[in-house]
Design a binder for this molecule. Structure first.
Ligand SMILES: [Zn+2]
Ligand SMILES: [Zn+2]
Length: 366
């Protein structure tokens, strides 16, 4: 998977010339004024194993404060034109088509969401987890869609090492609201936060999404079924349109949540700033995490800022709420200072540039 870090030599040169030491994982903001949109990228209907019609499912999200919803039935692409005609509203609500490309491998369940695919994607077969995941990711990209790899610990199907090796995939589920997906790991298998930090520490940039994976709309309040409203993303995008949303998500311009809302979020090479929208009586910890899952700093206030020093590898933030709810802010890559040889080469280049400028200036004077 391509890293978003700038080329190291370029970084070192830039750092020398501008006094900066950081490179960013996230590209410049879109030109239009971005807004926040709340959405869920993983939902089922009667078209696979959900218990409600697409109309009822979309209605639930429309009536519960979401701005977008992706319908992702197993190996089925539900048309969203009629749903958008009925429930869609400019800048207020949007249904995005999608599919959960679902491949079994023995007892394992290898599921990859294809967001905004242009056509139904046939599920791949293969001899290994990695082979099947890669084929499904490639097929989703081939259909113009954006992949995200789902619930790695469901039936203990996908290891961190396998997840790390998938190419052309930028997203995975850091949280899935289905009650049987083992988000936290167990029995010696790491939880998804630990998996994420191991992957990020290896130099592969992956963003975490939180989703409902909702199947059951007819048993509200039953925690033992996969109900709606548990995991979502808040995306900062220039407009409520499938491509604008998905491009923002693939740039990491969003946060994932299972119950914490943010008032403000600024992620730049200069600082990572998080402001929680506090709920009465809840208390918060904001943690900034770097390479190896190391907690770089922790704030017990709901507003916190971290200024990268340059040796963190990456910086991501998480918000821990006093009743167990969380928000996950996407990582930003922090480029290390160049190696001794690179630094020397760049110092020499800078010195040569300086000498050239001095030479030109003295010529102008004479
Ligand atoms: Zn699934
Ligand atoms: Zn699902």
């Amino acid at each position: 998977m391509p890293s978003r870090a700038l080329c190291r030599s370029c970084c070192v040169l830039l750092a020398l010339l501008a006094g900066a030491t950081l490179a960013t994982a996230q590209t410049a903001s879109p030109t239009a004024k971005p807004r926040w949109y709340k959405g869920n990228t993983h939902t089922h209907t009667l078209n696979s194993d959900g218990d409600s019609t697409p109309d009822d499912v979309v209605r639930w999200y429309r009536e519960h404060g979401y701005q977008f919803l992706v319908l992702t039935d197993h190996n089925f692409l539900t048309s969203v034109d009629g749903l958008n005609a009925l429930h869609g509203a400019d800048e207020k609500f949007l249904v995005v088509k999608g599919e959960e490309v679902t491949s079994p491998l023995g007892e394992k369940a290898l599921h990859v969401n294809g967001l905004d695919v242009s056509r139904k994607v046939d599920q791949a077969t293969g001899a290994s987890v990695l082979e099947i995941l890669q084929r499904n990711v490639d097929a989703i990209r081939g259909a113009g869609g954006v992949p995200h790899i789902n619930h790695p610990n469901f039936r203990w199907s996908i290891t961190g090492d396998e997840l790390r090796q998938v190419r052309n995939n930028k997203l995975f589920e850091i949280y899935n609201g289905h009650p049987q997906v083992n988000n936290l790991g167990g029995g010696g298998v790491p939880g998804l936060e630990e998996v994420w930090d191991a992957i990020l520490s290896s130099g592969v940039l992956l963003y975490g999404v939180a989703v409902d994976d909702a199947h059951t709309f007819k048993q509200p309040g039953n925690a033992n079924v996969a109900g709606p409203g548990r995991g979502w993303v808040a995306v900062r995008a220039p407009r409520l349109e499938p491509r604008a949303l998905l491009e923002a998500i693939e740039r990491g311009e969003y946060y994932a949540s299972n119950g914490v809302e943010l008032d403000d979020l600024q992620v730049s090479p200069q600082r990572v700033h998080v402001a929680v929208k506090p709920v009465a009586w809840s208390k918060y910890r904001v943690q900034f995490v770097g390479k190896g899952g190391r907690v770089l700093s922790e704030s017990t206030e709901p507003i916190a800022t971290y200024v990268p020093k340059g040796d963190e590898g990456y910086v991501r933030a998480r918000v821990l709420e006093s009743n167990g709810r969380m928000a996950w802010i996407q990582p930003i890559v922090v480029a290390s200072r160049g190696s001794g040889a690179e630094a020397l080469a760049m110092t020499l280049a800078a010195a040569a540039l300086l000498a050239l400028l001095v030479q030109r200036r003295s010529r102008e004077r004479s």
